[in-house]
Design a protein around this ligand. Structure first.
Ligand code: BGC
Length: 722
């Protein structure tokens, strides 16, 4: 449909028909205009697959068996692969499945920055670094949208915590927004061509994000030339006038009074009273129609999708394999040799727990989910005895997401109290019994693998953690197990970092895995038994303790209605660097079963009147005996005597590349940085500026494992648009 035809179509629509298109008339659907061939617009969550279906007007699941679907690794897991191809392949599956399930838009990916590890939804996001998230989100969106399904990046912007999420006012300065909280969204819009953006629940600098003039009109539409539509988070709209004028196109909510939504009856009335020009409604309809047109919803040329394709499970397994991070392997206990083992003991609730149907709107009715116990049993094929002991009692709270949760989710901290933090006699007794059994069994097994961490009672929408401590008395259990078995293999399965300080020094072998999708348990087994060499790298810093973390040294207070982001650009490793705090494990860190050397680092600078390009190249060699993959990471920073007036992070990730090599093989990695990799945002000039001066280029394998530092001198002052 061309522009004229679209205008003609809008011209034929009544006000009621237009209003019907810009607000939900079901929980995940708007009205179409049948007489004009415009279908309703149907959305579904979310980042970990296409969510199960709810009744049109109540939060009661349909409950039939057609909506079992693929369960994808969480976004944090995808970010931990540091492999944009994996993001693309996973996006393709997500889009295909959403289309197969008859959806027009998938409410994903989530790309809020991890400002604090306490945030309950960290697992839905892509870590703490804007560049990593930007590089991963673009291919993911492309993969989704290839299927004639819209991606919806969320939550724009600065939705960094769940506590008071529907009322908190995040106060963030412009430079911090531009350098930290915007880049992934900007890349999603400008490079990924995301068809939709979801406004966040919170306020930003005094105004609700779902109708924030600065965010939606100025940044999104004007600066980034966004041509898709803006959808509210469910229940994120608070004011009709603001929603009308400040750039929101579609209002969704969690209640069934559809005609009373701000952009339903109340907005229609304002148009009729002449308070809002009808052209404003036309703009919103036009934005939605443009997306419908792109998705071929209006011309009968739309692709079909499918779901639960057997070959997609291979890709999801690969994604899970590449996301797992080997953190410690001091005695080279890993990989395990199945030929030398007769009896394995798995201890820990995550050894055999299903996670898919938890976490909030990211819940998935998984076609299947392979737990580590199942994965190991499948892999070892009957020759080894695999014993399982839970070790601690993590009471299953039941389905937190039964009818009512989402309906009540607009109440502050509405899901608090769903956790079982280990209180009460039942817990104490069961825990004692489980622990004794595990400790006894640990003495007899050839290998003991502890698989604990968090679950979706903790990594969850609507609620933040109160601290970083492991729940259910796990610290003591791990210590006790270590006193029986110094060779204990510890696997943490979490969506965000935990405090491991109590036992970290005593542990020789440590692996990090995530909510890793339907194949996650099998992928973990492959890593532990060396069928796959680990190549994941942390997409976020793992701190020693809460007190070390940026932004949340005193925790997140339910009393706070306003939050000053006083740390500014210093979140994640930027904070640890500048404050000289040693974390447990750095951003970008991850070991392999093989060794890599990185040599011949070379930096070439090409400066001209119209720009700057820096080409960084290195040779990576696999010096060990197993095939493996390494991620070369390029950080930049200001050199000494820098003329830049802003206080800059010591280093910032600006490029990376993952390379797979066979034993003895070498490969060249070339990464091109443009001048913006050296810029910072100037609030006075409203653009990114590279000041002339000295800069450092760090060739690294994590933000603290620097292989080489190169110095360059930039002579021109260069501006880049925001
Ligand atoms: C969440 C969104 C989600 C929406 C629809 C909200 O509570 O914040 O991420 O897409 O619900 O389920």
């Amino acid at each position: 449909m061309n522009v004229n035809q679209m205008e003609e179509l809008i011209g034929k629509m009544t006000l009621d028909e237009k209003i019907g298109m810009i607000h939900g008339n079901q929980l995940f659907q708007t009205k179409g205009v049948e007489r004009l061939g415009i279908p309703p617009f149907i959305s579904s969550d979310g980042p970990m697959g296409c969510r199960l279906d709810y009744q049109p007007a109540s939060w009661q699941v349909i409950g039939q068996n057609y909506d079992y679907t693929s369960y994808l690794p969480s976004n944090t897991a995808l970010a931990a692969t540091w492999n944009p191809d994996i993001a693309y392949e996973t996006g393709k599956i997500l889009g295909k499945e959403a289309r197969g399930r008859g959806k027009d838009m998938i409410l994903a990916p989530g790309i809020n920055m991890m400002r604090t590890p306490l945030c309950g939804r960290s697992f839905e996001y892509m870590g703490e670094d804007p560049h990593l998230a930007a590089e991963m989100v673009v291919p993911m969106i492309q993969g989704i949208q290839e299927n004639d399904v819209a991606a919806c990046v969320k939550h724009f912007a600065v939705n960094s915590q769940e506590t008071n999420r529907t009322s908190i006012n995040a106060k963030v300065d412009e430079r911090t927004l531009q350098e930290i909280y915007f880049p992934a969204f900007k890349a999603a819009v400008k490079k990924g061509k995301a068809a939709s953006v979801m406004g966040a629940y919170n306020k930003l600098n005094g105004s609700y994000c779902c109708h924030n003039d600065y965010l939606l009109n100025e940044v999104l539409r004007k600066d980034w030339e966004f041509d898709g539509f803006v959808i509210s988070d469910w229940g994120g709209v608070k004011d009709t006038m603001e929603a009308a004028f400040n750039g929101l196109d579609m209002e969704m909510s969690v209640t069934d009074n559809f005609d009373e939504y701000y952009m339903a009856g109340p907005l229609k009335k304002m148009v009729e009273e002449g308070k809002v020009p009808e052209s404003i409604i036309d703009d919103k309809v036009r934005n939605i129609l443009r997306v419908m047109n792109r998705l071929h919803m209006l011309d009968g040329e739309r692709k079909t999708g499918t779901y639960n394709d057997a070959e997609d499970r291979r890709s999801l397994r690969k994604a899970a394999e590449e996301s797992i991070v080997l953190l410690k392997n001091k005695q080279n206990i890993l990989p395990l040799d199945e030929k030398k083992i007769k009896h394995i003991l798995i201890v820990g609730d995550n050894g055999d727990r299903m996670h898919a149907l938890g976490g909030g709107s990211a819940e998935i009715k998984a076609l299947y989910e392979i737990s580590p116990l199942l994965g190991m049993s499948m892999l070892l094929g009957g020759n080894v005895t695999i014993q399982y002991e839970p070790g601690y009692y993590a009471s299953v709270v039941g389905n937190v997401w039964d009818e009512g949760w989402q309906a009540n989710s607009l109440e502050e901290d509405s899901v608090s109290g769903n956790r079982e933090d280990g209180k009460g006699t039942e817990w104490t007794e069961k825990n004692r019994e489980y622990r004794q059994r595990a400790l006894k069994a640990a003495k007899d097994a050839d290998v003991v693998i502890y698989i604990g961490g968090l679950n979706h009672d903790y990594d969850v929408e609507g609620m933040d953690r109160r601290n970083l401590k492991l729940p259910y008395g796990q610290d003591k259990l791990i210590l006790d197990l270590l006193s029986v078995r110094q060779d204990l293999i510890v696997v943490m399965m979490t969506g965000s970092p935990v405090d491991m300080s109590v036992w970290l020094d005593k542990t020789d072998t440590l692996v990090q895995t995530w909510y890793n999708g339907m194949e996650g348990g099998y992928a973990l087994a492959e890593i532990l038994f060396g069928k796959v060499n680990p190549s994941g790298k942390l997409p976020e810093t793992f701190p020693m303790a809460l007190i070390d973390t940026p932004a949340c040294q005193s925790g997140i207070s339910p009393e706070d209605k306003e939050l000053n982001y006083t740390e500014g650009v210093f979140i994640g490793y930027r904070h640890y660097d500048i404050n000289h705090i040693k974390p447990a494990f750095s951003f970008g860190y991850g070991l392999s079963y093989t060794d890599f050397s990185i040599t011949d680092g070379n930096v070439e600078l090409k400066q001209s009147e119209d720009g700057l390009k820096v080409q960084v190249s290195v040779t990576v060699t696999n010096e060990g005996k197993l095939p493996g993959a390494q991620v070369v990471q390029i950080y930049t920073g200001c050199g000494e005597n820098s003329l830049n007036p802003a206080v800059r992070p010591i280093k910032e990730l600006k490029g990376f590349q993952k390379i797979s090599l066979n034993p003895g093989e070498s490969g060249k990695v070339t990464i091109i940085l443009d001048g913006s990799a050296f810029s910072s945002y100037s609030t006075s000039e409203k653009c990114f500026i590279v000041e002339p001066g000295k800069y450092n280029i760090y060739i690294a394998t994590s933000c603290t494992d620097i292989i080489e530092t190169h110095k360059i001198y930039i002579s021109n002052r260069i501006k880049y648009s925001k």
